[in-house]
Design a binder for this molecule. Structure first.
Ligand code: GLU
Length: 284
């Protein structure tokens, strides 16, 4: 038997130009795929139509090609696959694992603050009484769908023993077999009021659909893995291995963000930097 395939991905959201941090992340995944004779996939995470722009998506292709990366075609663009996420949400909802949440952001923040352990607590809610919920739906009030951790706990006998394999490092040095602790994130939103799906659900569905075996991404997403592992279990999807890499910081010690115009690949290129120069700078 041939060894299991190595399939990894880079999954940017086209909400701004790619910066040095993105280049590091994309190169880490790309070079890992190459070293393992695996596959490298580019996925465009553009579910949020209000923040994503076609020009940023075009710039992603252009910047990554400049950097010397090659990826499989066609590229999966999440905005074209909303039906896949809706099906997963329906599956969870039909099993009583979700509830409608009508709260505004401010109401959620207030609920967290008044929780027994203060702001350390992630949001936990519950479905409204059926008649109240029906009336609010009828009145056309907007709602998000949240995952109910209580319901998930009841539905999944192995809830307390879910683990994932970390080949990189979490923020506290986590490595190897890591216990998944979805309670840290609370009842996450699975479908936003405005968008109809949310990050965790889309990522889990896509990683499985695309056969991703290694999720290589920045350490800022380590915490997201806890609930993503739970969603994989609830949806009976395979669990990839994870490799969370360090985050690059600028001279001021702060990590790069979309607001750092000076460090976008566009700007670096315009200022005469070569792709090889940047790869060298980033340790490749
Ligand atoms: N789209 C996410 C981002 O831009 C990355 C998602 C992931 O790698 O799981 O940060």
């Amino acid at each position: 038997m041939s060894p299991p395939n190595f399939v990894t991905r880079f999954a940017p959201s086209p909400t701004g130009h790619l910066h040095r941090g993105h280049a590091f992340s994309a190169l880490t995944a790309f070079e890992a795929a190459r070293a393992n004779r695996g596959r490298f996939i580019l996925r465009i995470e553009d579910i949020d139509a209000t923040r994503c722009r076609a020009e940023y998506e075009a710039a992603i292709y252009d910047d990554l090609a400049w950097l010397g990366l090659a990826w499989e075609q066609p590229v999966r663009r999440q905005s074209q696959h909303m039906a896949d996420y809706a099906a997963a949400l329906r599956d969870l909802s039909e099993r009583g694992l979700t509830y409608r949440c009508f709260r505004t952001r401010r109401e959620v923040a207030e609920a967290i603050e008044s929780a027994p352990h203060g702001t350390m607590e992630a949001f936990r809610g519950a479905p409204l009484p059926a008649h109240e919920e029906a009336a609010r739906v009828e009145a056309g009030e907007a709602y998000a769908w949240r995952l109910s951790l209580d319901a998930a706990h009841r539905a999944l006998s192995g809830f307390a023993h879910l683990t994932f394999e970390e080949h990189g490092e979490g923020p506290a040095g986590e490595n190897g077999v890591v216990q998944a602790r979805p309670e840290l994130g609370g009842d996450v939103v699975l479908a936003r009021k405005d968008v109809g799906v949310a990050y965790h659900l889309a990522v889990v569905v896509d990683d499985a659909l695309q056969g991703v075996t290694q999720v290589i991404r920045g350490r800022d997403l380590f915490e997201a893995t806890h609930v993503q592992r739970l969603l994989q279990a609830l949806l009976a999807l395979p669990t990839p291995c994870y490799r969370h890499h360090r985050l690059l910081a600028g001279p001021d010690g702060k990590r790069y963000a979309k607001r750092d115009q000076a460090q976008t690949l566009r700007t670096l290129r315009a200022s005469g930097m070569t792709a090889n120069g940047l790869r060298g700078d980033l340790g490749f």
